[in-house]
Each structure stands twice: as C-alpha cells, then as structure tokens.
Design a protein around this ligand. Structure first.
Ligand code: ADP
Ligand code: F6P
Length: 316
C-alpha cells in the first residue's frame, strides 16, 4: 500500500501535526507516504514528494502546512479529477488522506467515487463541520483571537472605548461564540444568531448606562460591513467607537497542544482505517472519542449550539 496525503483549502494550525502522524504511523506499519503539494492542484500538476520520518520529525510545532495548500477550480470539473486519478495511478497511490474543510471533503468524496480509497481529516479554523466537536486548527485560532481581544481590551479600558472586532469563521459563528464564552466579548453577533444594528445599539447603551464604559462587540465575518455598523452605532448613540478586523493573523501561529494532540490522534486513525480497507470516511472527535463517519454524514449530524448561546445569556 502507498498513501498520498494533501492539505487543501485554508491552512489551519495543526495540519503539520496531522502530516507527521500519518507519515509516522504509516512508516510504523511499513507503508510508504507521498506528500501531494498544493492540495488537489498538486495532483493535477504532478507535484509529489516522498515523505519520511526525518522530514516530519520537527514539523508538528509549526503553523501552516509544509505541503502548501491551494484552492483548485480545475479539480471541480470531471476532467481535472480524471487527471488527478491518472497521477495517483502513475505514482502507484491507491489511498489518499485529505486534510481540509467542507469544500475539500466534497472533492475527496468525488475522488473516492473514482475508485481511490480516501479518508478525510477536518482541518479548518472555522470549526464548521457539524459531525465533529472540534476541527484541527480551531483551538489555536480561538486562543489567538482571545490574545488579540485581550490586547484590544487593555487599550479600550484605558480610553473607555468600545471596539467592534470581526473574527473569521466563514459562515460559522464558533470563533465568536467560544471567544465570548471565554470572557472575550460583551456583545456578540454571529451567522447563526445575527443581531440587527438597533439590537446591538440597545445592548450597548444598556451596558453604558450601567457604567460599563468599555465594551467589546464580536461579530463573525461576512454578516455585515463592520464600518457600516460602526457608523450606525456612532450616529445613533452619539459616541465614538473603534473597529478591528483581525484578519489572517488568526490563521497563523504555532498550534496549541490541543490541536497537535487532536491532529496526531486523527492522523493515526486515518492510517488505521486505510489498513482496515475503509474508504469514504472522515475522522472526527465526539464526546472526547475519535470517531469516523461516511461522507454523507459530514453535515447531517446536527450539533446544535442552543446550550452555548443559553450559557452566553447568563454570562453577558
Ligand atoms: P475548505 O476545504 O477549507 O472548505 P474550499 O471550499 O476552498 O476550502 O475547497 C478547497 C478545494 O476543494 C477547492 O479549491 C476545490 O479544489 C475542492 N472542492 C471544493 N468543492 C468541491 C466540489 N464540490 N467538487 C470537487 N472539488 C471541490
Ligand atoms: O476557511 C478558513 C478561512 O480562513 C475562513 O475563515 C475565511 O473566510 C477564508 O478562509 C478566507 O479565505 P482566503 O484565504 O481564500 O481569503
């Protein structure tokens, strides 16, 4: 057996730890691993490198992905995917581990339908894959967000100012929600629980009238224009506030211990599944147990966050 591994979509801290775990556990079982560079693009362009223990020995502490990553429109078409399969056949690779998010899994499922054995590992800071409690990268990014918010709060407190902070997450509010649960915010608006501008103003003016002179408003990206929200609040409440878009700082940095361990356990599980001849499965963690489900169940399992939002009501 020869395994190929690729990282695809947005990079996430912990992807390197996943690569290390796959290479090391494969080597433990005398299986060769080839790294596919630039996600699916590397399959189309035949960019593959041999991975061995010496290459992956010191990578688990590094952010990003040593295999690079890309978004590849060619792979969305059947012609591109056939080319990818030709490359895999040419290099004698029958099994592929795909580390990525929702989009990468859609590609992985299509690859598995073309006869390649495929296992997916959830690598995305957004934590937007409902079948798993945690995705690789989320914990590190959450800690980065909290560190940044802490710094903003220092200056806000000194100037008695309010700041709107926009965090990543694509269409998932987990980074905002968990930041607020951890004490990082005073008002929160996410894709799942979007507040209108007037509600945000009401909450803010209530806080101010209670004597809270600095407030942190966390919003998930894409739900509205942060400048528009800022100007609306300033006009309506006749105050001056700040805005900060955290941006790509959230995707970088050394992975947390949690992400490194999660990625290691998941990487080993992927190799175990391939050895058991399984295909079309994605690995996850639920109730602190490593699990695997079929591609069909990736978005079907409803992890509803009602309880977390209820807790937030008591905390904010
Ligand atoms: P993520 O995996 O982080 O969600 P993307 O949504 O950008 O990132 O997907 C990464 C890559 O996965 C895309 O650039 C494309 O190559 C592949 N992909 C995404 N959706 C599909 C699809 N429906 N069919 C085939 N490939 C897909
Ligand atoms: O999926 C990870 C992520 O960082 C999202 O949070 C964000 O919306 C998106 O990727 C940004 O993508 P790009 O790197 O293409 O700008």
């Amino acid at each position: 057996m020869k395994i190929g591994i690729l990282t695809s979509g947005g990079d996430a801290p912990g992807m390197n730890a996943a690569i290390r775990a796959v290479v090391k556990s494969a080597s433990y079982n005398n299986i060769e691993v080839l790294g596919i560079k630039y996600g699916y693009k590397g399959l189309i362009d035949e960019e593959l490198i041999k991975l061995d223990n010496s290459i992956v020995d010191n990578i688990s502490e590094k952010g990003g992905t040593i295999l690079k990553t890309a978004r590849c429109s060619e792979f969305m078409g059947e012609k591109g995917r056939r080319k990818a399969v030709d490359t895999l056949n040419k290099f004698g690779i029958g099994s592929v581990v795909v580390v990525g998010g929702d989009g990468s899994f859609k590609g992985a499922e299509k690859l598995s339908k073309l006869g390649i054995k495929v296992i997916g590992l959830p690598g995305t800071i957004d934590n937007d894959l409902a079948y798993t409690d945690y995705c690789i990268g989320f914990d590190t990014t959450l800690n980065t967000v909290l560190e940044c918010i802490g710094k903003i709060k220092d200056t806000d407190a000194s100037h008695e100012k309010t700041t709107i902070v926009e965090v990543m997450g694509r269409y998932c509010g987990d980074l905002a929600l968990y930041s607020a649960l951890a004490g990082g915010g005073d008002i929160i608006s996410t894709s799942e629980r979007k507040l209108d501008f007037d509600t945000i103003c009401d909450k803010l003016s209530k806080n101010i009238s209670k004597g809270k002179s600095d407030n942190l408003i966390i919003i998930t990206e894409r739900i509205y224009d942060i400048r528009e929200l800022q100007e609306y609040i300033e006009r309506k409440l006749n105050i001056s506030i700040r805005n900060t878009v955290l941006g790509f700082i959230q995707r970088g940095g050394n992975p947390s211990a949690f992400d490194r361990i999660l990625a290691s356990k998941m990487g080993i599980k992927a190799v175990e599944l391939l050895i058991e001849n399984c295909t079309g499965r994605v690995v996850g963690i639920r109730n602190n147990k490593i699990i695997d489900v079929g591609f069909n169940d990736v978005n079907n399992i409803n992890t509803n966050k009602d309880r977390e939002y209820e807790l937030l009501n008591m905390l904010l």
